[in-house]
Ligand binder design. Structure first.
Ligand code: MG
Length: 408
Protein backbone atom coordinates (compact mmCIF):
# COMPACT_ATOMS: atom_id res chain seq x y z
CA UNK A 1 0.00 0.00 0.00
CA UNK A 2 1.21 3.47 -0.81
CA UNK A 3 2.01 5.50 2.24
CA UNK A 4 1.69 9.26 2.61
CA UNK A 5 4.45 10.68 4.77
CA UNK A 6 5.02 14.28 5.82
CA UNK A 7 8.32 15.71 6.99
CA UNK A 8 7.73 18.89 8.95
CA UNK A 9 10.79 21.06 9.46
CA UNK A 10 10.59 24.31 11.41
CA UNK A 11 12.49 27.11 9.68
CA UNK A 12 15.41 28.62 11.62
CA UNK A 13 13.63 27.36 14.73
CA UNK A 14 15.47 29.03 17.63
CA UNK A 15 15.80 32.30 15.72
CA UNK A 16 12.15 32.25 14.68
CA UNK A 17 11.06 31.67 18.28
CA UNK A 18 13.17 34.63 19.41
CA UNK A 19 11.80 36.86 16.68
CA UNK A 20 8.28 35.81 17.53
CA UNK A 21 8.71 36.60 21.22
CA UNK A 22 10.51 39.91 20.74
CA UNK A 23 9.11 42.25 18.05
CA UNK A 24 12.36 44.25 18.09
CA UNK A 25 14.16 41.27 16.57
CA UNK A 26 11.76 40.77 13.69
CA UNK A 27 13.11 41.36 10.22
CA UNK A 28 16.63 41.69 11.63
CA UNK A 29 19.71 39.49 11.29
CA UNK A 30 20.05 37.65 14.60
CA UNK A 31 22.42 35.00 15.88
CA UNK A 32 21.28 32.60 18.57
CA UNK A 33 24.20 31.38 20.69
CA UNK A 34 24.51 29.37 23.91
CA UNK A 35 26.51 32.04 25.71
CA UNK A 36 27.28 35.45 24.25
CA UNK A 37 30.22 36.08 26.58
CA UNK A 38 32.39 33.30 25.30
CA UNK A 39 33.55 32.36 21.84
CA UNK A 40 30.46 30.38 21.34
CA UNK A 41 29.02 28.85 18.23
CA UNK A 42 26.02 30.04 16.25
CA UNK A 43 23.24 27.53 16.91
CA UNK A 44 20.78 29.13 14.54
CA UNK A 45 20.67 32.39 12.66
CA UNK A 46 17.68 34.16 11.20
CA UNK A 47 17.17 34.15 7.44
CA UNK A 48 18.12 37.84 7.46
CA UNK A 49 21.55 36.85 8.83
CA UNK A 50 21.89 33.90 6.48
CA UNK A 51 21.54 36.29 3.56
CA UNK A 52 24.94 37.70 4.62
CA UNK A 53 26.53 34.25 4.53
CA UNK A 54 26.23 33.35 8.20
CA UNK A 55 25.90 29.61 8.78
CA UNK A 56 25.06 27.41 11.76
CA UNK A 57 28.23 26.18 13.45
CA UNK A 58 30.32 29.30 12.81
CA UNK A 59 31.69 30.88 15.94
CA UNK A 60 30.52 34.32 16.89
CA UNK A 61 33.70 35.95 15.63
CA UNK A 62 33.39 34.40 12.16
CA UNK A 63 29.70 35.17 11.94
CA UNK A 64 30.35 38.82 12.76
CA UNK A 65 32.84 39.07 9.91
CA UNK A 66 29.97 38.27 7.57
CA UNK A 67 27.37 40.34 9.34
CA UNK A 68 28.73 42.93 11.81
CA UNK A 69 25.29 44.38 12.54
CA UNK A 70 23.81 41.02 13.59
CA UNK A 71 22.08 41.00 16.96
CA UNK A 72 23.28 38.31 19.33
CA UNK A 73 20.69 36.50 21.41
CA UNK A 74 21.43 34.00 24.15
CA UNK A 75 19.41 30.85 23.62
CA UNK A 76 16.65 29.98 26.05
CA UNK A 77 15.91 26.26 26.07
CA UNK A 78 12.69 26.67 28.09
CA UNK A 79 11.23 28.87 25.37
CA UNK A 80 12.11 26.37 22.63
CA UNK A 81 10.75 23.44 24.60
CA UNK A 82 7.46 25.28 25.04
CA UNK A 83 7.27 25.87 21.29
CA UNK A 84 8.10 22.22 20.58
CA UNK A 85 5.34 21.11 22.95
CA UNK A 86 2.82 23.26 21.08
CA UNK A 87 3.95 21.88 17.73
CA UNK A 88 3.57 18.33 19.06
CA UNK A 89 0.03 19.11 20.19
CA UNK A 90 -0.81 20.15 16.64
CA UNK A 91 0.78 17.05 15.12
CA UNK A 92 -1.17 14.84 17.53
CA UNK A 93 -4.42 16.11 16.06
CA UNK A 94 -3.33 14.96 12.59
CA UNK A 95 -2.13 11.43 13.27
CA UNK A 96 -1.10 9.21 16.16
CA UNK A 97 1.81 8.08 14.04
CA UNK A 98 4.32 10.87 14.28
CA UNK A 99 7.97 10.82 15.18
CA UNK A 100 9.87 13.83 16.52
CA UNK A 101 13.45 13.45 15.32
CA UNK A 102 14.61 16.63 17.03
CA UNK A 103 13.05 19.62 18.71
CA UNK A 104 12.09 21.12 15.36
CA UNK A 105 11.57 18.22 12.97
CA UNK A 106 9.02 15.46 12.72
CA UNK A 107 7.83 12.73 10.39
CA UNK A 108 4.11 12.02 10.17
CA UNK A 109 2.47 9.00 8.61
CA UNK A 110 -0.87 10.42 7.50
CA UNK A 111 -1.89 7.49 5.27
CA UNK A 112 -4.87 6.76 7.50
CA UNK A 113 -5.70 10.39 8.23
CA UNK A 114 -6.54 11.62 4.75
CA UNK A 115 -9.99 10.04 4.77
CA UNK A 116 -10.85 11.55 8.17
CA UNK A 117 -9.93 15.00 6.98
CA UNK A 118 -11.59 14.56 3.61
CA UNK A 119 -8.70 16.06 1.76
CA UNK A 120 -5.74 15.09 -0.36
CA UNK A 121 -2.13 15.05 0.84
CA UNK A 122 -1.35 18.59 -0.27
CA UNK A 123 -4.52 19.92 1.34
CA UNK A 124 -3.72 18.26 4.65
CA UNK A 125 -0.14 19.53 4.54
CA UNK A 126 -1.43 23.06 4.02
CA UNK A 127 -3.69 22.63 7.03
CA UNK A 128 -0.81 21.40 9.18
CA UNK A 129 1.31 24.39 8.18
CA UNK A 130 -1.55 26.79 8.93
CA UNK A 131 -2.26 25.22 12.32
CA UNK A 132 1.36 25.31 13.39
CA UNK A 133 1.54 28.94 12.28
CA UNK A 134 -1.72 29.67 14.10
CA UNK A 135 -0.67 28.12 17.39
CA UNK A 136 3.01 29.12 17.50
CA UNK A 137 3.31 31.92 14.97
CA UNK A 138 6.23 30.05 13.41
CA UNK A 139 6.90 29.07 9.80
CA UNK A 140 7.77 25.56 8.71
CA UNK A 141 8.52 23.68 5.51
CA UNK A 142 6.73 20.44 4.74
CA UNK A 143 7.72 17.66 2.39
CA UNK A 144 5.02 15.23 1.24
CA UNK A 145 6.08 11.89 -0.23
CA UNK A 146 5.51 8.12 -0.14
CA UNK A 147 8.41 7.62 2.32
CA UNK A 148 10.60 9.35 4.88
CA UNK A 149 13.64 9.73 2.63
CA UNK A 150 11.72 11.62 -0.06
CA UNK A 151 9.63 13.59 2.43
CA UNK A 152 12.83 14.89 4.03
CA UNK A 153 14.22 15.75 0.62
CA UNK A 154 10.99 17.65 -0.08
CA UNK A 155 10.99 19.70 3.11
CA UNK A 156 14.56 20.81 2.31
CA UNK A 157 13.65 22.03 -1.16
CA UNK A 158 11.75 25.17 -0.31
CA UNK A 159 12.64 27.23 2.73
CA UNK A 160 11.24 29.06 4.50
CA UNK A 161 7.53 28.31 4.55
CA UNK A 162 7.67 25.76 1.72
CA UNK A 163 5.48 22.88 0.67
CA UNK A 164 6.83 20.27 -1.72
CA UNK A 165 5.02 17.19 -2.92
CA UNK A 166 7.06 14.35 -4.38
CA UNK A 167 4.93 11.60 -5.92
CA UNK A 168 4.99 9.15 -8.82
CA UNK A 169 4.37 12.06 -11.21
CA UNK A 170 7.58 13.94 -10.46
CA UNK A 171 9.86 11.60 -8.55
CA UNK A 172 12.03 10.74 -11.55
CA UNK A 173 12.43 14.38 -12.38
CA UNK A 174 13.38 15.25 -8.81
CA UNK A 175 15.94 12.45 -8.57
CA UNK A 176 17.51 13.45 -11.88
CA UNK A 177 18.16 17.02 -10.77
CA UNK A 178 18.87 16.54 -7.06
CA UNK A 179 22.52 16.17 -6.00
CA UNK A 180 23.15 12.85 -4.25
CA UNK A 181 24.53 14.60 -1.18
CA UNK A 182 21.12 16.12 -0.51
CA UNK A 183 19.92 12.66 0.54
CA UNK A 184 19.72 12.34 4.30
CA UNK A 185 22.71 10.30 5.47
CA UNK A 186 25.14 11.23 2.72
CA UNK A 187 27.82 13.35 4.30
CA UNK A 188 30.76 15.23 2.94
CA UNK A 189 33.15 12.26 2.82
CA UNK A 190 30.67 10.07 1.02
CA UNK A 191 29.94 12.86 -1.40
CA UNK A 192 33.62 13.02 -2.36
CA UNK A 193 33.76 9.24 -2.85
CA UNK A 194 30.65 9.35 -5.04
CA UNK A 195 32.10 12.17 -7.11
CA UNK A 196 35.24 10.14 -7.66
CA UNK A 197 32.96 7.50 -9.13
CA UNK A 198 31.37 10.11 -11.38
CA UNK A 199 28.11 10.04 -9.43
CA UNK A 200 26.58 13.45 -8.89
CA UNK A 201 22.80 13.13 -8.84
CA UNK A 202 20.45 10.80 -6.99
CA UNK A 203 19.46 9.22 -10.29
CA UNK A 204 23.08 8.48 -11.15
CA UNK A 205 23.43 6.79 -7.76
CA UNK A 206 20.24 4.80 -8.31
CA UNK A 207 21.41 3.70 -11.76
CA UNK A 208 24.99 2.93 -10.72
CA UNK A 209 26.42 -0.53 -11.28
CA UNK A 210 25.98 -2.44 -8.04
CA UNK A 211 29.25 -4.32 -8.51
CA UNK A 212 31.12 -1.05 -8.78
CA UNK A 213 29.37 0.36 -5.72
CA UNK A 214 30.08 -2.81 -3.73
CA UNK A 215 33.73 -2.53 -4.58
CA UNK A 216 33.89 0.86 -2.89
CA UNK A 217 31.27 0.64 -0.17
CA UNK A 218 30.89 -3.03 0.72
CA UNK A 219 27.40 -4.15 1.62
CA UNK A 220 26.47 -0.52 2.21
CA UNK A 221 26.26 -0.26 -1.59
CA UNK A 222 22.78 -1.79 -1.64
CA UNK A 223 21.48 0.76 0.79
CA UNK A 224 23.04 3.61 -1.18
CA UNK A 225 21.59 2.40 -4.46
CA UNK A 226 18.13 2.14 -2.92
CA UNK A 227 18.48 5.69 -1.62
CA UNK A 228 19.42 6.85 -5.10
CA UNK A 229 16.24 5.21 -6.37
CA UNK A 230 14.25 7.07 -3.76
CA UNK A 231 13.26 3.89 -1.94
CA UNK A 232 12.86 3.70 1.82
CA UNK A 233 10.69 1.31 3.84
CA UNK A 234 11.54 2.61 7.30
CA UNK A 235 8.41 3.18 9.36
CA UNK A 236 7.37 6.35 11.13
CA UNK A 237 7.51 5.38 14.76
CA UNK A 238 5.01 6.38 17.38
CA UNK A 239 6.29 8.12 20.50
CA UNK A 240 7.92 5.49 22.68
CA UNK A 241 8.43 3.26 19.68
CA UNK A 242 11.50 5.08 18.50
CA UNK A 243 13.92 2.52 19.87
CA UNK A 244 15.35 1.62 16.48
CA UNK A 245 18.18 0.03 18.33
CA UNK A 246 16.92 -1.37 21.59
CA UNK A 247 20.40 -2.05 22.75
CA UNK A 248 23.95 -1.39 21.81
CA UNK A 249 26.89 -3.50 22.77
CA UNK A 250 30.47 -4.49 22.18
CA UNK A 251 32.30 -7.63 23.07
CA UNK A 252 35.80 -8.83 22.59
CA UNK A 253 37.55 -12.17 22.77
CA UNK A 254 40.88 -11.97 24.53
CA UNK A 255 44.14 -12.98 22.86
CA UNK A 256 44.56 -15.28 25.87
CA UNK A 257 42.14 -16.26 28.61
CA UNK A 258 42.65 -14.44 31.86
CA UNK A 259 41.44 -14.22 35.46
CA UNK A 260 43.50 -11.12 36.20
CA UNK A 261 41.02 -8.58 37.59
CA UNK A 262 43.17 -5.63 36.54
CA UNK A 263 43.23 -6.82 32.94
CA UNK A 264 39.50 -7.56 32.97
CA UNK A 265 38.76 -4.12 34.37
CA UNK A 266 40.85 -2.51 31.68
CA UNK A 267 38.98 -4.39 28.96
CA UNK A 268 35.71 -3.45 30.58
CA UNK A 269 36.67 0.20 30.41
CA UNK A 270 37.60 -0.15 26.76
CA UNK A 271 34.31 -1.83 25.89
CA UNK A 272 32.28 0.69 27.87
CA UNK A 273 33.95 3.60 26.13
CA UNK A 274 33.29 2.03 22.72
CA UNK A 275 29.62 1.53 23.45
CA UNK A 276 29.32 5.04 24.88
CA UNK A 277 30.92 6.73 21.89
CA UNK A 278 28.62 4.85 19.52
CA UNK A 279 25.62 5.86 21.59
CA UNK A 280 26.67 9.48 21.50
CA UNK A 281 27.12 9.25 17.75
CA UNK A 282 23.56 8.04 17.41
CA UNK A 283 22.26 10.52 19.98
CA UNK A 284 21.12 7.82 22.40
CA UNK A 285 21.24 7.32 26.13
CA UNK A 286 20.59 4.13 28.07
CA UNK A 287 19.92 2.97 31.57
CA UNK A 288 20.38 -0.79 31.75
CA UNK A 289 23.87 -2.22 31.55
CA UNK A 290 24.50 -5.88 31.04
CA UNK A 291 27.72 -7.79 31.21
CA UNK A 292 28.42 -10.97 29.28
CA UNK A 293 31.16 -13.25 30.49
CA UNK A 294 32.25 -16.25 28.51
CA UNK A 295 34.54 -18.72 30.18
CA UNK A 296 37.31 -20.78 28.73
CA UNK A 297 34.91 -23.71 28.14
CA UNK A 298 32.39 -21.44 26.35
CA UNK A 299 29.83 -21.42 29.16
CA UNK A 300 28.35 -17.96 28.99
CA UNK A 301 26.86 -15.90 31.75
CA UNK A 302 24.99 -12.64 31.45
CA UNK A 303 23.67 -10.30 34.10
CA UNK A 304 21.88 -7.01 33.81
CA UNK A 305 21.78 -4.05 36.11
CA UNK A 306 19.45 -1.11 35.83
CA UNK A 307 21.06 2.24 36.57
CA UNK A 308 19.51 5.20 38.33
CA UNK A 309 19.74 7.59 35.39
CA UNK A 310 20.13 7.49 31.64
CA UNK A 311 23.66 7.99 30.48
CA UNK A 312 25.93 8.07 27.45
CA UNK A 313 29.09 8.33 29.49
CA UNK A 314 31.65 5.54 29.17
CA UNK A 315 32.87 5.71 32.74
CA UNK A 316 29.37 5.47 34.18
CA UNK A 317 28.67 2.45 32.00
CA UNK A 318 31.99 0.97 33.12
CA UNK A 319 31.12 1.47 36.78
CA UNK A 320 27.83 -0.36 36.35
CA UNK A 321 29.51 -3.20 34.44
CA UNK A 322 32.26 -3.41 37.05
CA UNK A 323 29.71 -3.76 39.85
CA UNK A 324 28.35 -6.80 38.03
CA UNK A 325 31.81 -8.24 37.46
CA UNK A 326 32.66 -7.81 41.15
CA UNK A 327 29.48 -9.61 42.17
CA UNK A 328 30.55 -12.68 40.22
CA UNK A 329 32.81 -15.40 41.55
CA UNK A 330 34.88 -16.19 38.50
CA UNK A 331 34.96 -19.97 38.10
CA UNK A 332 37.44 -20.18 35.26
CA UNK A 333 39.66 -17.91 33.20
CA UNK A 334 37.61 -15.57 31.03
CA UNK A 335 37.63 -15.87 27.27
CA UNK A 336 35.28 -13.04 26.27
CA UNK A 337 33.70 -9.99 27.83
CA UNK A 338 30.78 -8.02 26.44
CA UNK A 339 29.10 -4.84 27.59
CA UNK A 340 25.62 -3.97 26.38
CA UNK A 341 23.48 -0.95 27.18
CA UNK A 342 19.74 -1.23 26.71
CA UNK A 343 16.59 0.76 27.48
CA UNK A 344 17.86 3.25 24.93
CA UNK A 345 16.12 6.56 24.43
CA UNK A 346 17.00 9.60 22.34
CA UNK A 347 19.40 11.81 24.28
CA UNK A 348 17.64 14.65 26.03
CA UNK A 349 17.98 17.33 23.43
CA UNK A 350 16.95 20.14 25.76
CA UNK A 351 20.40 19.93 27.25
CA UNK A 352 21.88 20.42 23.83
CA UNK A 353 24.60 23.07 24.03
CA UNK A 354 22.99 24.79 26.95
CA UNK A 355 24.23 25.56 30.42
CA UNK A 356 22.68 22.31 31.61
CA UNK A 357 25.34 20.44 29.66
CA UNK A 358 27.64 19.19 32.35
CA UNK A 359 31.39 19.11 32.29
CA UNK A 360 31.40 15.38 31.60
CA UNK A 361 29.36 15.83 28.42
CA UNK A 362 31.70 18.55 27.25
CA UNK A 363 34.74 16.35 27.79
CA UNK A 364 33.10 13.46 25.91
CA UNK A 365 32.12 15.77 23.10
CA UNK A 366 35.67 17.08 22.79
CA UNK A 367 37.15 13.56 22.88
CA UNK A 368 34.69 12.37 20.21
CA UNK A 369 35.72 15.28 18.02
CA UNK A 370 39.43 14.50 18.37
CA UNK A 371 38.90 10.78 17.71
CA UNK A 372 36.82 11.55 14.65
CA UNK A 373 39.51 13.79 13.28
CA UNK A 374 42.66 11.87 14.16
CA UNK A 375 41.44 8.30 14.34
CA UNK A 376 39.94 5.96 16.89
CA UNK A 377 41.44 5.85 20.36
CA UNK A 378 43.59 8.95 19.89
CA UNK A 379 42.13 10.06 23.20
CA UNK A 380 41.17 7.35 25.66
CA UNK A 381 41.09 6.66 29.38
CA UNK A 382 44.50 5.71 30.77
CA UNK A 383 42.90 2.62 32.32
CA UNK A 384 42.62 1.09 28.86
CA UNK A 385 46.36 0.79 28.49
CA UNK A 386 46.62 -2.45 30.46
CA UNK A 387 44.19 -4.13 28.05
CA UNK A 388 46.35 -2.96 25.18
CA UNK A 389 49.45 -4.41 26.81
CA UNK A 390 47.53 -7.64 27.21
CA UNK A 391 47.20 -7.66 23.43
CA UNK A 392 43.79 -6.03 22.92
CA UNK A 393 42.77 -6.89 19.38
CA UNK A 394 41.74 -4.37 16.75
CA UNK A 395 38.78 -2.56 18.29
CA UNK A 396 35.48 -3.76 16.93
CA UNK A 397 33.87 -1.18 14.64
CA UNK A 398 30.47 -1.11 12.98
CA UNK A 399 30.44 -3.23 9.79
CA UNK A 400 29.43 -0.33 7.53
CA UNK A 401 32.46 1.64 8.62
CA UNK A 402 34.61 -1.46 8.35
CA UNK A 403 33.56 -1.81 4.72
CA UNK A 404 34.46 1.79 3.98
CA UNK A 405 37.78 1.32 5.71
CA UNK A 406 38.69 -1.80 3.79
CA UNK A 407 37.96 -0.30 0.40
CA UNK A 408 39.40 3.15 0.97
MG1 MG B 1 14.78 23.06 11.00
Amino acid sequence: MNRVIFHVDMNAFFASVEQKSNPLLRGKPILVVADARRRSVVMTSSYEARAFGVATGMNLYEARQFCPEALVVEGDSAKYMAATAKIMEVLETVTDRFEMTSCDEAYLDVTGSLKCFGTDARGLAERVKARIRGVTGLPCSVGVAPNKLLAKLGSDMHKPDGLTVIDSENVEDVMARTPAQDLCGIGRKLKVRLQELGIRTCKELGDADIGKLCHYFGFWAYHLKRMGQGRDDSPVRRPGEEADERSMGHSTTFPEDTSDMDVLRSYLLFLSEKVASRMRKRGLEGRSVSLVIRYKDFTTFSHERRGRAFTDDGFEIYQAALRILRSVELEQPVRLLGVTVSSLVPARWEEFLFEAMGRKKKVNRAADGINRKFGRSTVKPAGQILAERHGLLEPPIPPALAALRVYR
